[in-house]
Design a protein around this ligand. Sequence first.
Ligand code: KIV
Ligand code: ZN
Length: 379
Amino acid sequence: MRRINIFDTTLRDGEQSPGIALRPAEKAEIAAALEQLGVDVIEAGFAASSPGDFEGVAAASEAVSRVTVASLARTTKEDVDAAVAALAAAPRSRVHVFIATSALHMERKLGLRPEEVLERIAWSVDYAVSRCDEVEFSAEDATRSDRDFLAEACRTAVAAGATVVNLPDTVGYTTPAEYAQLFHELRERVPELARVDLSVHCHNDLGLAVANSLAGVGAGATQIECTVNGIGERAGNASLEELVMALRVRADAFAAETGVDPAVIREASALVAELTGYPVGPNKPIVGANAFAHEAGIHQDGMLKDAGTYQIMDPRDLGTAMTLPLGKHSGRHAFARACAEAGHQLDRDQVNAAFKRFKKLADLGVPVTLDDVFQEVRA
Ligand code: KIV
Ligand code: ZN
């Protein structure tokens, strides 16, 4: 089993979701929960972006005792200095330097020539190396970058002392096969990458963030950047809980594991939802209210006979339980079980009659409880 590092960026890329602005105390609370969850790195913010975010990174750094804390920084002295200062209390500090490497971003956004970008990478990584415990370099828009230039950018970052190199799919454009190919090609063309951690960072614009991240892991990446509940810019980032459980449930396919404790994933998810004001959809994998709910009669019947019929992971590992909610599609078996659990002692004919009443009410399209069913009898 390969050990994959989880770099959680809920407090930085996740906070870039429109409308989210976490106060320092809230960042500290989430950071403590992330440490308990077992992530390896917490990216707590972008210290130079605002005084409030500087305080947020500092508060998160103080709230934890073991985990590495990172701050994002552009390739400038001001940004690196702010990141270093904000991380002063971190048990272990990481400055995360980034600059775009695609022609589109370099020309249209930065107005820099490729040589100037390489100079900035070399200068900023070298400047940061002696001021914190570790330096990560990200080649923003890597998936739309010229491969020769991207390889040169990676070589430059490693030569300057970066110990983590990240190849982000900044705009959620790549596909699993293409992203895997990018990692294979870069590892072949830049043998120095064998000495550093290689990282995936995927956005979800086409709904492929988790699949792309896993493809990168299959192609040799050793770090995954992700967020709790998949929050982040635009359509969000790769979702931590989905990645961790995919690696766990399909260990046979990925032969890789993380240090995340599944038992506290749902707690962390609820905290992030509460503090960000971004609710979790009911059908969200792993943490949604319906992730382990089986409504259809055929499924309920199967679940009552053998949970393996419709369940690929044990919800108890996540501190929760499967449910058999009663609805329009529910079956007689689950209905009879629910009646017995609610204390209604019914013989076969009574169950059949009650089930008929239940189906009639359920067809009206409103939520039905057993009370509704038995009230109708009493009325
Ligand atoms: O999506 C991206 O490219 C980023 C970088 C700053 C790592 O978030
Ligand atoms: Zn991002």
